[in-house]
Design a protein around this ligand. Structure first.
Ligand code: ZN
Length: 730
């Protein structure tokens, strides 16, 4: 997913200066407020020159709206939807359009100037969101709209309920001292989170170990040796080489993870592991005394507990779940427990096979496997079991062929047609492609009608493009100020390797899955038929259901009838051999039991810390209890993994880490409908595809995710499909 969306009020089409025909002064590109953005015209100078004026205008408009609503509320006359929601929508859309382009460019065409310009305006944007989100007048106006029973439809009711809830969670319902305390605590929480994240980073960077003896790097692959030597040179050892060292070890993932996987030196793995799990604990190898996150954890959890009570909830878990699909902490616990029961025996077997593997190699740890041995023996076992070199798959997955396969699959299933339209829209880089989405033949008279478009920015550009992959909105479905229909347009951003010379980009299988994933988000954005932008596409979809359409699409990459049509060896044109695919299948669920238990452990710790809140006597005890319940390999008592749990203490996942598993259950179960209805040749069913389009993709956030799921599946979600897909069925 992309950036967090515009915080509280998502609003409507643009009324920029562009439409005031009296003005002879050309509107700066960044303030156009409608249409496809002219990216090349939007510069850091424009951001600094014009965003402040936009923010001032929006502030003034918000004040004017508040005054009007004050009068209207005072008059006792009933309020109308268009008096409240339409102006809000317009303001929000103007901000979303302009600031959205800046954020987008900041992610894909970063430069020191643009980064600086973005940072210089961000506070004003956040401040505007906070002001609107805590506006008492707006809140009363929304409440009045909700209560006066004036013929709002279910979608409007849902939009109002969500807006009111979001405002409540921002403390709008509080007054006087309570609100002051709430705001002060929000501010403090934001600062504590930032400090938590910074200290994780500092603690990670504060530990290094220089290896000088070739024995120390026994087993490491050359790519890692290169990295370690480069790190060593960067730290001042100028003559350092991959062949003869010295090699500088560190705790960052690109060095830590492969070392744990490949190093044959058990003593060094133990040393590195201890440093890693001791980070930001202020004690032991991995952490300077001043980098201790413990006091921050205590303050954050205590403050969250107090904030929850100010808002009228028992604890922070309830606050988090107020906006999610899971309706209670008990429902989350139940799902995790069912998963645990299924994963536990599988994980025990996996652990046993690691011990057996170590024993076959005559390793002493066979009798006493410890956490720092797991990655290493898993890698040995994986290589022995599957003989699958993931790099050898690349030549079968040239990007153009993969796209053909993806487009033809979506075309058949969802009755759409996807056509290249390069040159029809301005782009931010020559590698960016532009595509249109049209109604398919099944649409009768509407066949061939344009319904959406998307940009695809496939390649990595180190230095100027953020890592990872995401989908974001460029334009949302709606109506322009001049009354024109606006079609949804998506940004699909990946980071795969660039073409070299005449050779197209050759994708790893993970990159193929990523492309399908983002395309799944994109489909929900593009195929929406919802008229109200607040709940069209991914807007208004509960956080723990938003990954349903994306993870769902990944499943098709594992379907032989689908996959073979999207492979063609770059030199010979041959499709992927079935034998290679069988190897991929065999390796697919390697260690899935242990991985699942790990995710359950994180989810439970997160949920319980935020349920017990300040009542918890000892937060470390919560961690120890969960481990005793879940883990199959005892963790050492000195492990301080809470101290680096940035998802929940520095990110947005507090009492929400479970969402990963929750959405996985939904997407696997939705996909099972396709397995159940596939043709004899394994081809996915077109009828099921149409139903999926209508019940999930088209309706977006306009109704509760559970209703959409039931409309598609005919029942509530079940766990079976996920367990089966991950090889954990009994
Ligand atoms: Zn996603």
């Amino acid at each position: 997913m992309g950036d967090p969306r515009w915080p509280s009020l998502r609003l409507d089409p643009p009324m920029s200066g562009a439409s005031s025909t009296a003005s002879p002064i050309p509107v700066p590109a960044i303030l156009l407020g409608e249409g496809l953005p002219p990216f090349e015209a939007i510069t850091a100078e424009q951001v600094k020159a014009h965003i402040p004026a936009l923010m001032e205008q929006l502030q003034a408009e918000l004040s004017a709206l508040e005054q009007q609503l004050e009068l209207a509320l005072g008059s006792g006359a009933p309020l109308q939807w268009h008096q409240v929601m339409d102006p809000l929508q317009r303001m929000g859309e103007r901000l979303r359009w302009s600031w959205g382009v800046v954020s987008h460019l900041n992610g894909v065409c970063n430069s020191p100037e643009l980064r600086e310009a973005h940072a210089s305006q961000q506070a004003a944007v956040v401040q505007f969101g906070n002001r609107a989100g805590q506006s008492q007048v707006l809140y009363r106006a929304l409440q009045q709209l909700q209560t006066q029973a004036n013929g709002l439809d279910a979608t409007q009711q849902r939009i109002l309920a969500a807006e009111l809830r979001d405002m409540q969670l921002r403390g709008v319902g509080l007054s006087g001292e309570a609100q002051e305390a709430f705001n002060a605590a929000s501010q403090e929480l934001a600062e504590l989170s930032t400090r938590f994240g910074n200290q994780v980073l500092d603690a990670t960077n504060s530990w290094t170990l220089s290896l000088t003896n070739p024995d120390d790097v026994d087993g490491l692959p050359s790519s890692l040796l290169d990295q370690l030597a480069q790190a060593s040179r960067a730290a001042g050892a100028e003559g350092s080489t991959a062949e003869s060292g010295p090699w500088l070890l560190g705790l960052d993932m690109p060095r830590y993870a492969p070392f744990m996987k490949y190093s044959r030196r058990r003593d060094l793995r133990e040393q590195l592991y201890k440093a890693h799990v001791g980070r930001a604990s202020g004690q032991g190898e991995g952490s300077a005394a001043e980098l201790n996150n413990w006091p921050l954890i205590e303050q954050i959890l205590t403050l969250r507990g107090q904030q929850a009570q100010r808002l009228g909830y028992a604890n922070w878990a309830e606050v988090s779940l107020a906006a999610k699909m899971a309706d209670s902490e008990a429902a989350v616990e139940l799902l995790l427990e069912e998963l645990r029961l299924a994963a536990h025996p599988v994980a025990m077997q996996e652990l046993e096979s690691l011990r057996a593997c170590a024993a076959r190699h005559g390793a002493p740890e066979a009798a006493d496997l410890r956490p720092w041995d797991v990655s290493y023996w898993a890698e040995v076992l994986r290589q022995e079991s599957f003989e699958l070199d993931s790099e050898a798959l690349r030549p079968y997955f040239p990007l153009p062929r993969v796209l053909e396969g993806l487009f033809s699959l979506c075309g058949r299933l969802f009755d759409i047609r996807i056509e290249a339209a390069d040159g029809e829209a301005p782009v931010w880089h020559p590698d960016v492609r532009f595509f249109r989405v049209l109604e398919g033949a099944g649409a009768g008279a509407r066949a061939g009608e344009a319904i959406a478009a998307f940009y695809l920015d496939p390649y990595s550009r180190p230095g100027s493009k953020r890592g990872g992959a995401w989908m974001d909105e460029c334009l949302g479905r709606g109506v322009s100020p001049s009354g024109q229909a606006v079609l949804p347009v998506a940004y699909l951003i990946c980071n795969q390797s660039s073409p070299v010379g005449d050779t197209p980009s050759l994708m790893t299988f993970e990159e193929v899955e990523t492309l399908f994933h983002e395309f799944g988000h994109g489909l929900q954005h593009m195929l929406t038929t919802v008229e109200r932008p607040q709940v069209a596409g991914i807007n208004g979809v509960e956080w723990d259901a938003v990954e349903l359409p994306s993870q769902f699409m990944e499943n098709f990459c594992w379907e032989w009838p689908v996959l073979r049509h999207m492979t063609a060896h770059v030199d010979t044109g041959e499709p992927l051999p079935r034998a290679l695919f069988d190897k991929m299948l065999a390796a697919k669920n390697f260690q899935s039991g242990l991985q699942t238990l790990r995710q359950i452990e994180f989810s439970l710790v997160d949920m319980r810390l935020h349920t017990e809140g300040e009542q918890a006597q000892d937060f470390m005890q919560v961690l120890r209890d969960v481990r005793a319940e879940v883990a199959v390999l005892p963790s050492p008592a000195w492990g301080r993994t809470l101290h680096t749990f940035s998802h929940i203490f520095a990110g947005g996942y507090a009492a929400g880490y479970y969402s990963y598993k929750w959405a996985e259950v939904l997407s696997a179960d939705a996909y099972a409908a396709f397995e159940e209805t596939a043709g004899a040749d394994g081809e996915p069913s077109i009828e099921t595809g149409r139903r999926y389009r209508e019940t999930i993709l088209e309706v977006g956030g306009s109704r509760p995710a559970m209703e959409s799921f039931k409309a598609f599946r005919g029942r509530e979600p079940k766990l079976d499909a996920l367990l089966r897909h991950q090889g954990m069925s009994q």
